[in-house]
Design a protein around this ligand. Structure first.
Ligand code: SF4
Length: 380
């Protein structure tokens, strides 16, 4: 079987780039929502899905569709339904396909949740970010903890499959504070948590404040301590990590869409700035949509570039080691032309960073802390 391609999963990512407020730490491709006419962008996204349909006539039905952003919960139910319908007509969906909408708490409070279900959404990922009002203010969010809790309980009445996002390793956050916040979040009963460490990217408001010395990022050691706290608290609550930043109470709540990325399946990326990976005739193609909405509407995506087998192998290794389930090394070897050095594999096994059963490798919890370093060492 070919080492990459849609038989490892096939997904559609839709990037909706507008947000009601731009958060100071955000380095995604986002724009203020203001009072825009969004119809041309929805039409361009639908046309882009159709164009991909022409490009991929032999691809199977979709395993997943993911509305990310930006803030796709700003879309109307009719707009969501139109995009889902286009994907259905062009590619079709597997019987249990996952269709996720990323949603901000305030949008949930004012949205028609049954309408989301009618539109096809069967999973929501809620950007709670924190349950601490001071932290929410620091993060520049436009909701408070009461909004977040109300939104979560509303979402829980409609979507069994739901997730909450939290950001930790904020400047000055102690392990005890995080432990308490995380325990409170776990008690809310979401079957999936995405837990991200705050990263301070250069070209963000936080990046500029850090450059001026007004904001000091947490040290790597302190972050590692909080990461360990995260694993302990989540393990004890029955939501172990199934990937570096993602936790689920059962296999059925793991993100099907993200598994496609980690497993080097194929995914289409539509919407401004979206990236895709497609396999056609054994070639791995990388696509990147125009970043600015106005450009995307007039010319969505430049011609794809072809990744070399070595580039593809590196992506497979870096992504395949993220989930706790790991991946089959023979897939890597067939692309890279050789397996990682046995001595390097042995070293990481003996240090407790890597688990290996014949050709299958996976990082241990300890190894996930050093994932980037281990990938660099294993590369051939
Ligand atoms: S809501 Fe999310 S995507 Fe939008 S600016 Fe804030 S962090 Fe970025």
């Amino acid at each position: 079987m070919a080492p990459i391609g849609p038989h490892y999963g096939f997904g559609l990512y839709v990037h909706w780039p507008y947000c009601s407020k731009i958060c100071p730490y955000c380095d995604f491709n986002v724009y203020a929502a203001k009072d825009r006419d969004t119809a041309p962008l929805v039409a361009a996204i639908r046309a882009d899905i159709e164009r991909h349909g022409d490009l991929l006539p032999d691809h199977p039905p979709l395993d997943s569709l993911f509305f990310g952003g930006g803030t796709p919960s700003l879309l109307t139910c009719a707009q969501i339904e139109d995009v889902v319908e286009t994907a259905l007509v062009v590619f079709g969906f597997k019987p249990d396909a996952e269709i996720t909408l990323e949603a901000n708490p305030n949008d949930i409070l004012r949205s028609d949740l049954p309408g989301w279900q009618v539109a096809g959404i069967n999973r929501v990922s809620i950007g709670v970010q924190s349950l601490n009002d001071d932290a929410l203010q620091f993060l520049g969010r436009d909701h408070d903890s009461v909004n977040a809790l109300t939104a979560l309980s509303m979402a829980q009445r409609h979507f069994d499959n739901h997730s909450i996002d939290l950001i930790y390793a904020r400047p000055g956050q102690s392990a005890a504070d995080w432990q308490q916040e995380l325990s409170t979040a776990l008690a809310l009963g979401a079957p999936h948590l995405s837990l991200y460490e705050l990263t301070i990217a250069e070209r963000t408001v936080f990046g500029m404040r850090a450059a001026r010395g007004e904001l000091v990022a947490m040290t790597d050691d302190a972050q590692a301590d909080l990461y360990e706290t995260t694993q302990e608290v989540c393990d004890a609550a029955g939501l172990p990590a199934y990937e570096i930043s993602n936790h689920a109470s059962a296999a059925r709540y793991q993100s099907v869409h993200n598994h496609i990325y980690w497993n080097s399946g194929d995914w289409i990326g539509v919407g401004p700035g979206a990236h895709g990976r497609l396999t056609i005739d054994g070639q791995r193609l990388a696509t990147e949509a125009a970043r600015r909405p106005v450009d995307y509407i007039s010319a969505p995506t430049a011609p794809p570039s072809t990744l070399s087998p070595a580039e593809t192998a590196l992506e497979l290794l870096a992504m395949g080691l993220r989930p706790a389930s790991g991946f089959d090394l023979r897939r890597y070897s067939s692309l890279a032309g050789a397996a990682p050095a046995p001595a390097t594999l042995r070293e990481f096994r003996e240090s407790g960073h890597l688990a290996q059963t014949q050709d299958h490798i996976a990082l241990t919890a300890q190894g996930r802390l050093l994932a980037d370093h281990i990938v660099m060492q294993l590369m051939v």
